[in-house]
Write a protein that binds this ligand. Structure first.
Ligand SMILES: O=C(O)CCC(=O)C(=O)O
Length: 222
């Protein structure tokens, strides 16, 4: 999977998301700005190659998902469903957020599966998470306009003190709830960091019609 991801990155196989498009604080202002065309994500991983789709729907992953989400589980093609390619030449940090702030489903219960295609640690921009934060009810004052959690707000400061890095070895898999507060740093090493990320929901938890969450058909997991 890593070799294939590297090949798609080197060949610029579309669809791609560039650093300029993520619009994180510190991202290049436009595609033509320095670093703007650095690839941040190989999008539509499940449709890119059967290798990615087969892993995302494999029995080992399905078994865990059934424990977490029930008997009928679907893979969302509209969210994550990508290979993250955090590049040493340019990478912006990702602020504190909950993925569900950007997704619209009947219930805020989805699980993302993050497969490290190489080692992930603080220096190359691993994920940071606040364990248990998926159970917290956040108030509107805790978010900024882009729906990132404001690190300067008092309640948030206390909460963020509990953050932990998700240090992973190649082949490790992290399962996390869509309300879990998380962030990620820049890649300060000389190697691109690759991770495959997929998101799942119970089949009876439907994306709201007309939203981005409903924009692509979901894939049932065996
Ligand atoms: O930048 C990263 O590595 C994390 C990205 C992330 O948290 C997200 O896409 O929700």
């Amino acid at each position: 999977m890593k070799a294939l991801a590297r090949k798609h990155l080197d060949q610029g196989v579309q669809p791609l998301e560039y650093e300029a498009q993520v619009k994180y604080p510190g991202s290049p202002a436009s595609l033509d700005a320095p670093g703007g065309k650095t690839v941040r994500r190989l999008l539509q991983a499940s449709a890119r190659d059967p290798l990615f789709r087969d892993w995302a729907t494999s029995p080992a992953i399905a078994a865990r998902l059934h424990q977490l989400l029930g008997e009928q589980v679907e893979l969302s093609q509209a969210h994550h469903n990508c290979i993250m390619t955090k590049n040493p030449a340019f990478s912006s940090a990702t602020g504190w957020h909950q993925d569900i702030r950007y997704w619209l489903f009947e219930r805020p219960d989805l699980v993302s599966v993050w497969l490290a295609l190489g080692p992930e640690h603080e220096e190359n921009g691993c994920l940071w998470l606040v364990p248990g934060s998926h159970r917290i009810a956040f108030g509107p004052k805790q978010y900024d306009e882009a729906l990132f959690v404001r690190p300067d707000q008092e309640e948030n400061t206390k909460l963020l003190a509990k953050k932990l890095p998700a240090e992973l070895d190649e082949g490790d898999v992290l399962f996390f709830h869509c309300r879990t507060l998380h962030s990620a740093g820049k890649n300060l090493t000389g190697q691109t960091k690759f991770a495959a990320v997929f998101t799942y929901h119970a089949a009876d938890n439907r994306p709201l019609p007309g939203t981005r969450s409903a924009s692509l058909p979901d894939i049932p997991i065996p």
